[in-house]
Structures are given as structure tokens and as C-alpha cells.
Design a protein around this ligand. Structure first.
Ligand SMILES: [Zn+2]
Length: 306
């Protein structure tokens, strides 16, 4: 009987779960609504029933006895010591609820909580773009910007679970105001949301990253300028990270990645100009390989190593 784990991606809209073997193969997957507005007990029961369904789908050779553990990726700040979600803007009903213990009671198996961007970094390191690397940084460029740092094979959590809040690195002095209280944060200048906001300012109707990518491909001057501006801001952030860490690999993921050809030249020019560590060390800057499943894979790895 081979052992396996279950990774869970608990998002503001969807609850996704998948079973993984120790080699990183995805064995089965399921999705349902996260139902967090119904309260913490409903979320725990949703996870429980999703895991029950997954277990019933797996071949007979891998029964419940060989489930090693469950990893759960959550968008927010995790109190690792208490097994709680300390702050999650997207899952407010779960803030302060001892969710790790509640899921462990429901499933009778060890549970590991992790921030979703950290889980994505673990996933990419396990079977994605970071395969074989012990040191890497992941940036997820989506609605906001999340970050995960893996050093010596370990995720950095910091004193209070807030390490690698890379979306709130200042990249534009006196730049756009951010919900965190600062101005010029990376996520206000290089996220999908930031790109959309720039497009609206330029009078583009109902913009989204895919539409702006297509416009730029057709040579639209406004769209090209938006991606160049975004790439420059992202380059400032990456130059800072490269100067701090001197890691071999920096991975980018999220909804803006299809426009790589449009933002990467400005990003690379800024890195070349602003990071003498880059000029000396030439680390890799690459797109993620697991897409939206990176956090699910990372949660699966955490379940195997719980
Ligand atoms: Zn901020």
C-alpha cells in the first residue's frame, strides 16, 4: 500500500482538494464552494466531505490508513503556533477560529496550515519551476501580489507568520495608496488589479489582463505602455529581492503571466540597471509551471511531510 496525502486550497470562492503520492503525482481532485459565509463549522464540514469523496475515489490499494496528512493553503496570515488563521481579508468568518484542530478532529489525521503564496512556493519547488532548488522566491501576480520565500529548503515564516509580504514592498516612491497604509506597494503597480486600473485611467473600457495582452500584441500603444510600466515596477521589486537574497531562482505566477513578452523587457532592463548582484550572479527569472495548482501541490507536500 503506497502512502499519499491530500492538499487543500481554501479560497474565498472555491474549496479545492487533491490527493498526491509521494512522487508528486496528482491522483484525484475535487472542487466545491468554500461556503465560508456560513461560518467555520460549515467550512470544516465542507473540507471533511470533500476529503471523504476523494478517499472513496482512490484505488482500493490506498485506503484511509495510508493517508499521511492533510495540508491546507489559506489566503491570509497564519498563526502557526495556534493553528489559526490570524487575519484573512477573504475568509473573515474564520479569523481566530482554531481550524487546524477542528479539521484534525473531523478527519482524524494530522493537518498543516500554510499561507497560500507560501504553499504555491512549496508546490513549485516540489514539482514545478523550482524543482531541485533549495533557495527561491515566488511572486504571485493576481488580484493582489503574494510572496513566498524558500531558503535552505524551508519556508520563511518570520516572527509572526508575516514574512514574505512581498506585495507590500515599496517600488514607487509616493505611488498609489495601498490598503496596508503605505503608498507605492508592488501590488498597487504590478498586480492584475493594477494593470486594469492603469487601463481604466487611459480610457480603455472593461479591461482585463487577457484583453490588454491581446491589444499589446496588436501593437496598441496604450496597452504596450501599461505593460512596460508594470514591468518596470516589477523589475524594481526583483532587483531588491536579488540584491537581498542572491538566490538562483525567482518564479513569477498569476493572471498577468500570459503577457510575459510585453512586460518582461522592461522588467529585465530594470533588473539589469538596478541590481549589481544580478549582473554578477545571473540568477534565473522564470514563469511558474503549475499555474493555479501550485498551492494545491504545495499543500499536498505539506500533508506528506506533516
Ligand atoms: Zn501595501
Amino acid at each position: 500500500m503506497s502512502s499519499f496525502s491530500i492538499g487543500i486550497d481554501l479560497g474565498g470562492t472555491n474549496l479545492r482538494a487533491a490527493a498526491f503520492d509521494a512522487s508528486g503525482n496528482l491522483l484525484a481532485r475535487r472542487v466545491r464552494s468554500s461556503d465560508h459565509h456560513l461560518g467555520p463549522e460549515a467550512v470544516v464540514e465542507g473540507i471533511g466531505s470533500l476529503v471523504d469523496q476523494l478517499l472513496s475515489e482512490l484505488p482500493q490499494s490506498s485506503g484511509p490508513n495510508s493517508l499521511l496528512g492533510v495540508g491546507v493553503g489559506v489566503p491570509g496570515i497564519i498563526d502557526m503556533a495556534k493553528g489559526e488563521i490570524a487575519i484573512s481579508p477573504n475568509l473573515q468568518t474564520l479569523n481566530g477560529f482554531p481550524i487546524k484542530a477542528a479539521i484534525e478532529r473531523r478527519l482524524r489525521t494530522p493537518v498543516v496550515l500554510e499561507n497560500d503564496a507560501n504553499a504555491a512556493a512549496i508546490g513549485e519547488a516540489w514539482t514545478g519551476a523550482g524543482l531541485g532548488e533549495q533557495d527561491l522566491v515566488l511572486l504571485t501576480l493576481g488580484t493582489g501580489v503574494g510572496g513566498g520565500i524558500i531558503a535552505n529548503g524551508q519556508v520563511m515564516h518570520g516572527k509572526s507568520g508575516m514574512a514574505a509580504e512581498l506585495g507590500h514592498m515599496k517600488v514607487v516612491p509616493n505611488g498609489n495608496p495601498c490598503g496596508c497604509g503605505a503608498n507605492g506597494c508592488l501590488e498597487k503597480h504590478a498586480s492584475a488589479t493594477a494593470v486594469i486600473a492603469m487601463a481604466r485611467t487611459l480610457g480603455i473600457v472593461d479591461p482585463d489582463p487577457e484583453m490588454l495582452n491581446q491589444l499589446a500584441t496588436k501593437g496598441d500603444a496604450s496597452a504596450l505602455m501599461i505593460w512596460q510600466t508594470m514591468g518596470g515596477a516589477l523589475g524594481v521589486a526583483l532587483a531588491n529581492l536579488i540584491n537581498i537574497f542572491d538566490f538562483p531562482l525567482y518564479i513569477l505566477s498569476g493572471g498577468v503571466l500570459p503577457a510575459w513578452q510585453h512586460f518582461a523587457p522592461a522588467m529585465m532592463a530594470e533588473i539589469e540597471r538596478s541590481s549589481y548582484v544580478y549582473r554578477h550572479s545571473r540568477p534565473r527569472i522564470e514563469a511558474a509551471k503549475l499555474g493555479g495548482d501550485a498551492g494545491l501541490y504545495g499543500a499536498g507536500w505539506l500533508g506528506l511531510n506533516s
